[in-house]
Write a protein that binds this ligand. Sequence first.
Ligand code: COS
Length: 390
Amino acid sequence: MVDFTLNDEQKAIRDMAHDFAENVMRPVAWEHDVDGTWPEDVLRQAWELGIMNSHVPDAYGGPGMDYMAGTLIEEELGWGCSGIGTSIAANGLATAPIALGGTEEFKREFFGDITSNYRLVSFCLTEPGAGSDVAGMRTTATKVGDEYVLNGSKCFITNGGYADYFTVYAKTDPEAGHRGISAFVVPKDDTITVDKKEDKMGQRASNTATITFNDTRVPAANLLGEENKGFKLAMMTLDRTRPGVAAMATGIARAAFEAATEYSKERVQFGVPIAMHQAIQFLIADMATKIEASRLLTWQSAALLDAGMRNTLQSSHAKRFAADTAMEVTTDAVQVHGGYGFIKEYKVEKYMRDAKIMQLYEGTAQIQRLVIAKEILLGRNVEAAAVTTV
Ligand code: COS
């Protein structure tokens, strides 16, 4: 039998994340949003609590939570403030390729460092000329002796301005398309420049920067997996992190839905609370259904991973549906508020701005549809085949 209830441990994890979202994130979310200031204190508390590196196995000093627990946490972070939440979750994205491709020795040292010290790690895939088209990247890594020398720029890098480490994808065979990309762990040093903190529409509390590698040298041991297998590593990483993005989108939608529901019971028009009007009831009913469906797709995509199954199709279903839902629900929440929804004093205005990025980062809504179509048409995921390794 399929069971949609949470066990006691899962409830405890969700409640812990909810308390954090309510008592630590929300009180400062709006002030960080206005000026795009960096929520260092909140991030340090998230690290202390173990929700920043929740995925790191206990064998390496982490809390060792599974993907399902990760989605429970990320929904609450999205509910609290998805800008701060994205900064908290960014270590999960940046370190997934290390968990997948790092040697035992490297993982022990690296995860030991980030769990015993407050460290931020940034995922560096996107470039000015290579967004959806990952294989079009220009950054290079050239082997010189027992080192690789990296050159090139990465953009839209979450936490880039504050990162201690970068997980960088670069061309090791520039003529080989997607089969010429490798992934590296690059510690911050003086050859790395950080430019252009982006002034964003939403998620303004998260730091988004351009990172340039200028003859940056790393030991060959910092290569993740095999040389020229980085593209697959990136795809497998996104399979593992898109459920978290879907969960965060569900959290944003839920926050907007709650605000709209509350407001509809207070706002009186035509002599009754607007919740009494069917026009509003239908908006609220559709929001609720979409949120439930987003959560179920999200949980399914995480549960497959926890069962050791390939989840590419389900991960894109969840990410695509939950992101579109976040945009639709936040837009409808503004609609329920009428003109007041357009004013910054009301929370739904921020939710609507924050929701937009969910349809863009970690693969646009169109890329998710592309992945879904490919998985169906090529029959790659029909049986949710066992996870491939790098
Ligand atoms: N797991 C393991 N391997 C995968 C995979 C997955 N989920 N998806 C693809 N691959 C492998 C394929 O098996 C294929 O392997 P071979 O080289 O052995 O043939 C290879 O990767 C290329 O796959 P495919 O032909 O499907 O790739 P495409 O170039 O057609 O499509 C897309 C790739 C567009 C889906 C990819 O570039 C993508 O996801 N882009 C969006 C990137 C993104 O999310 N950016 C946001 C940055 S992070 S904020």
